[in-house]
Design a protein around this ligand. Structure first.
Ligand SMILES: [Zn+2]
Ligand SMILES: [Zn+2]
Length: 151
């Protein structure tokens, strides 16, 4: 965790309520809890991970509610889909321009801060989306050597 990350404060449910209201979203308890989880954990969870985690404290939560809430958040552009892996949808409430690194051993997805990035050959193009996706090993897995490169 770098300095910038440590300084980030955790969002209270009240912070989340205000944020959702500002974006024209009625703040039901499920919506509050799902957004709070995304913004505070920053672990880029899948819908299934969100469901499994929040179900513990809210047994009446259904997978459909999680999916519908995520779809609403995407529509309102307060979260984004992370594209590191084509076959799994991961969600991110951090919207500023940053990249992602997927650890090939533990499967976690980390934020990558981008300070300078020079791209060439784009004269005459118009860019609508930009993604920076990296794959590698996190320091923890490197230390424990959990991963053995095949081949
Ligand atoms: Zn790892
Ligand atoms: Zn991210």
């Amino acid at each position: 965790m770098d300095k910038q990350e440590k300084r980030r404060k955790r969002w209270s449910l009240e912070d989340v309520r205000q944020y959702l209201t500002e974006h024209g979203i009625r703040a039901s308890i499920y919506r509050l809890k799902i957004f709070e989880y995304l913004i505070n954990e920053r672990s880029h969870p899948t819908a299934e991970e969100i469901y499994n985690r929040l179900k513990r404290e809210m047994p009446a939560l259904s997978p459909a509610t999680v999916y519908n809430t995520l779809r609403l958040f995407l529509e309102k552009k307060i979260i984004q889909l992370v594209n590191v892996e084509k076959n799994e949808g991961r969600y991110d409430a951090t919207l500023s321009w940053h990249g992602h690194l997927k650890c090939l051993a533990c499967g976690r997805v980390f934020d990558v801060h981008i300070e300078t990035l020079k791209l060439g050959g784009l004269e005459g193009f118009e860019i609508f989306e930009k993604h920076l996706d990296l794959k590698g090993l996190c320091p923890e897995c490197l230390k424990t050597k959990k991963y053995h490169k095949e081949g």
